[in-house]
Design a protein around this ligand. Structure first.
Ligand code: GDP
Length: 594
């Protein structure tokens, strides 16, 4: 394998250049692994190394000599992590073991909720005679004097929603398969999600108490899907359980601890400002916005100044999973926090800042960036990306949503009939009903396009699609869907483009060249201005000219973009007749979506 040296952080563009592959391929690969990054965004070393490996390179850190002893790993090897959750910068001496965080996945009705409930009620952490009084989205239990943290929202929708935002909270996944029902479609989807997250897996063969239980058949079915049980010489532990009788539940907990110890003991540094992930959030009457946060590194304390995405605040109270007020929460501990200024989004990373001012500034900066991003073309996998290139095979991945079962089936059967030597079509998810956030998240982690048939997206899905760069297409005639797919495969798909507002600059001074106005000395008053933009020049509200940006300068330097509040010099292609007080409105063309 070729070796490549990479820095602690590298932009996707540079990474692609160093690997000698098109940027789009790197973006697609990262997306399939749950990392959303545009060309000019940076990824950390671990993520870059993972991508490098995919393209046939073995990555070495530029920072550390290759011979240096490896620091204790923060989790299963080479898992893409949110940069804030990356422990490679931590002093290895400060890393101490933390409880493993476990998520439960599997087909509907196979007993995920029942198993989580059973674990809760039988193994409540010591000293809680009254039992758990509050559901906060995650809880901890004690086994063999050690703690295990469970995410209390079963299913892969919550799991992929987190990963779609780059948050990887899970150390171990439990796949629940009912012994009387065997491997079902969502079991397969769950396997797909667990694999792409790269987390170790424990299978609970549930409903072992039922008459029709046939655990051997389940083992066989799983082995056929490359989930090979230990009894077949594989590595996946399988535990027969019954959420009804309690059989095997303690075994399951012991197995989790064992896997955690053997595969990669999770670690964290409790002695620093906290970083964690929002598991759940809501607006609670009387208390304002509350959120359940799973602390992943450091210790979260009352009074801490925090930022979560674009929301900030000061921790007013911390409540644990037993409903008790606590003063602090260390690694792997879930706590309900209050004191945020707004409702946070599940899956977002919480970060403690030194001061309130810093927390507010970061939240504001992100709000501004988000505004500007609305205008920035997000890299999407769209129908126009599939023009078949001779000799190269591609996979077009789709998520289908339709208003009724009948039309869903019609759509599926027409799509699966399409054949192309270079493009394989794969349907990773389908369902009846509006396009929801979960569909968008699934599409984001699998690099899929969402096809909505006679349905519309809800607001959260729209926002998520915007944020994650997922392409959603709506149709009401089946043949139009297949037509577009065929056109796309043949490279004949013509996307339509729309103009998207980017920002506004006011002309403060006009500089002349050879006695004629030429350069507009501007201040950006809203959004931002980028080199790629086209500007409309308005005087007293009326359009007086228009042109593509020819040069964008800060002082003497050519720059790619100028943010709100900054001054810059702008020249346009085909228009120079600027006057003081003119407003330059910048637009970019973006492919039509939704
Ligand atoms: P989920 O959709 O995967 O969360 O499944 P649930 O936990 O809601 O369980 C679905 C149904 O199966 C419920 O009626 C449960 O009572 C039942 N169930 C769950 N686990 C077991 C089990 O171990 N044995 C039996 N006999 N029934 C179970």
């Amino acid at each position: 394998m070729n070796k490549i040296r990479l820095p602690a952080s590298v932009t996707v563009k540079e990474l692609a250049e160093r690997l000698g592959v098109p940027g789009a391929q790197v973006i697609t690969y990262l997306m399939q692994n749950g990392v959303m990054a545009a060309l000019n965004q940076s990824v950390d070393f671990d993520t870059a190394a993972l991508a490098a490996d995919n393209f046939g390179f073995e990555a070495e850190s530029e920072e550390a000599p290759a011979t240096e002893a490896a620091a204790p790993s923060a989790g299963p090897a080479l898992r893409p992590r949110h940069p804030l959750l990356d422990l490679s910068g931590e002093d290895p001496a400060k890393l101490v073991p933390r409880p493993p965080v476990v998520a439960v996945l599997g087909h509907v009705d196979h007993g995920k909720t029942s198993i989580l409930d059973r674990i809760r009620t039988t193994s409540v952490a010591a000293g809680e005679a009254g039992g758990i009084t509050q559901r906060i989205g995650a809880y901890q239990v004690e086994r063999q004097g050690r703690l295990i943290t469970f995410i209390d929202t079963p299913g892969h929708e919550a799991f992929s929603a987190m990963r779609a935002r780059g948050a990887d909270v899970t150390d171990i996944a439990i796949l629940v398969v009912a012994a009387d029902d065997g491997v079902m479609p969502q079991t397969e989807e769950a396997i797909h999600h667990i694999r792409s997250a790269g987390v170790p897996l424990v299978v609970a063969i549930n409903k072992a108490d039922k008459d029709g239980a046939n655990p051997d058949r389940v083992l066989q079915q799983l082995a056929e899907r490359q989930v090979v049980p230990e009894s077949y010489g594989g590595e996946v532990p399988m535990v027969p359980t019954s959420a009804v009788t309690g059989q095997g539940i303690e075994d399951l907990l012991d197995t989790i601890l064992l896997v955690s110890d053997v595969v990669s003991p999770p670690r964290a540094n409790p002695d620093r400002l906290a970083v964690g992930t929002v598991i759940d959030s809501e607006l609670e009457r009387g208390r304002g916005p509350v959120a359940t946060v799973l602390v992943q590194n450091g210790t979260l304390r009352i009074g801490d100044n925090v930022v979560v995405g674009r929301v900030y605040g000061k921790i007013r109270a911390l409540t644990d999973d037993a409903g008790r007020r606590v003063k602090e929460a260390g690694p792997s501990k879930p706590v309900l926090i209050s004191g945020l200024t707004d409702v946070a989004t599940a899956g977002e990373v919480l970060q403690v800042m030194e001061t309130e001012k810093a927390a507010r500034a970061l939240a504001e900066q992100r709000t501004n960036e988000q505004r500007a991003k609305v205008a920035q073309p997000v890299r999407r996998i769209t129908l126009s990306d599939f023009a078949a290139v001779q000799g190269e095979t591609k996979t077009m991945t789709l998520v289908l949503k339709a208003e009724a079962n009948g039309s869903l089936e019609a759509l599926r059967s027409q799509i699966t009939k399409l054949e192309d030597p270079n493009v394989t079509i794969k349907i990773v998810g389908e369902g009846v009903g509006a396009v929801g956030e979960a569909d968008v998240n699934l599409a984001a982690v699998s690099g899929a396009i969402v096809i909505g048939f006679n349905v519309h997206p809800d607001d959260r899905a729209k926002a998520a699609a915007e944020e994650l760069g997922v392409d959603i297409r709506f149709y009401d005639v089946v043949y139009q869907v297949t037509d577009d797919i065929v056109k796309s495969i043949r490279g004949m798909y013509e996307p339509s483009f729309i103009e998207v507002y980017q920002g506004r600059a006011e002309v403060r001074k006009v500089f002349s060249v050879d006695g004629r106005p030429a350069i507009a000395g501007c201040q950006v008053v809203d959004g931002k201005i980028t080199r790629a933009a086209t500007c409309t020049v308005r005087r007293d509200g009326r359009e007086v000219g228009r042109g593509k940006i020819d040069a964008l300068k800060r002082f003497r330097d050519d720059v790619r973009e100028v943010a709100r509040g900054y001054e810059c010099g702008i020249t346009l292609d085909g228009f120079a007749d600027f006057a003081e007080g003119d407003v330059l409105e910048a637009h970019v063309t973006e492919q039509q979506n939704i």
